[in-house]
Design a protein around this ligand. Sequence first.
Ligand SMILES: [Fe+2]
Ligand SMILES: [Fe+2]
Length: 147
Amino acid sequence: MSFSENLEQRWLLGIPQMDDTHREFAQLVDGFAEIDANDRDAFTERYQQLFRHTAEHFQNEDRLMCDSGFFATAMHKGEHERVLGEMARMGGYLQRGQVKMVRDYVLEHLPGWFEQHAATMDSALAGHLKNRNVNVNELTQPQTAQE
Ligand SMILES: [Fe+2]
Ligand SMILES: [Fe+2]
């Protein structure tokens, strides 16, 4: 089962803004299976797209947490920072030609990380937004995550 299919079946959280972003993330990750790892330029371009999308994904959630008074904001933001730092380090490996390693990271590490994150921190945030009846669209203007 692809990451996208798994997401549809198991990891939708009921907050459309978050779910739409997560769908885009899963589609971007799944797309890496189709990229020729020998085509370093194409691979790098896709990796940069994934990085920008993830940075916006995290920024939007960070803003939702701050604006709605989420109790675990610092911990959740810290995890976003950690993962973005890891992705930036992978970008450095990519520049040094380690395409295979970065491909494995995207296809084999990120889906598992996401499932863990969705099951814990993101679902806690979604639950908080639902419990408080937060109108997400009123609270924050999401940035367009897809380029
Ligand atoms: Fe998320
Ligand atoms: Fe998150």
